[in-house]
Design a protein around this ligand. Structure first.
Ligand code: ADP
Length: 257
């Protein structure tokens, strides 16, 4: 399970990296091209003109390449569909227990009237697995992993900063080491990890955070050193998408070209 998780995180990171590098290169090459064209106007010598033209051609090819990379990085899509979070977690039961090992007991707590979330079930499954693996790492001596959800209604005056509406508050709580304030503040940053080389990628929580935001929800972390950590994912309910077909949402990428 850890291998599959690493793989998904690496692919996601690769996409982010590709987009970021392509964006920067595109800007640099555009500046290079601009300067070359200015210099070209002031050259009379045939041989020098040829050299400049070669450089211009190279820079232009570079720009079209980085633009292809940019459109590739933007093309990842999210399959939004109604997801029964309790069913999803129940179906992950064996996988979760195998990932957690024999020393950790799983407890679940879902109300019978739990609403349906608007989410991408594959992505949500990966998120829950990520949180479970983090919980396991925080409980080397064993403990309890509590997975549950509640219906929540956000209305005027709610301090969450979320748009008004109905949400599902999915929580994954452990009885592990917890995090101090400094670690907690950095935990969702990409590549932040306190685990050793080859053990952590520092991408798990940043992926989960990205997913929550992309779905119009949010991620909330609560932690106490020595007592444990609770990670909550707020997901909008599926009322707006009762279609049978999955809806394709473009991934939001923060890139200006
Ligand atoms: P990774 O697990 O690869 O380190 P994450 O982004 O998932 O990357 O987590 C970042 C860091 O946040 C971890 O290295 C750890 O210090 C802390 N962390 C995450 N989840 C927990 C948890 N359940 N209990 C304690 N610390 C945690």
């Amino acid at each position: 399970a850890r291998e599959a998780l690493f793989q998904a995180q690496k692919i996601e990171a690769l996409g982010q990296l590709t987009g970021g590098v392509a964006h920067d290169f595109n800007n640099l090459l555009t500046a290079v091209l601009g300067s070359l064209e200015l210099v070209r106007r002031q050259i009379g010598d045939e041989r020098q003109l040829n050299l400049i033209d070669n450089a211009i051609k190279g820079a232009s090819r570079g720009i079209s390449l980085t633009q292809r990379m940019l459109s590739f990085a933007r093309k990842q899509e999210l399959a939004l569909q109604p997801v029964a979070v309790d069913v999803l977690v129940a179906e992950m039961g064996d996988l979760l227990q195998r990932s957690l090992g024999p020393l950790i007991r799983i407890e679940t707590d879902f109300p019978a009237d739990l609403a349906t979330a608007a989410a991408d079930s594959n992505q949500l499954e990966a998120a829950v697995l990520n949180l479970a693996v983090n919980a396991r790492d925080a409980m080397p001596e064993g403990g309890v992993l509590r997975v549950g959800a509640k219906n929540e209604s956000v209305g005027r005056g709610h301090r969450s900063g979320l748009p008004d509406g109905d949400y599902i508050r999915l929580s994954v709580a452990d009885t592990g080491s917890g995090m101090d304030a400094k670690t907690l503040a950095q935990a969702t940053e990409p590549f932040f990890t306190t685990k050793g080389v080859g053990k952590g990628t520092g991408l798990g929580l940043s992926m989960v955070h990205g997913m929550a935001e992309q779905l119009g929800g949010r991620l909330q972390l609560t932690s106490h050193v020595g007592r444990g950590t609770t990670v909550e994912i707020w997901l909008p309910v599926a009322s707006a998408i009762i279609t049978a077909e999955p809806v394709q949402l473009p991934v939001e990428t923060k890139m200006e070209t």
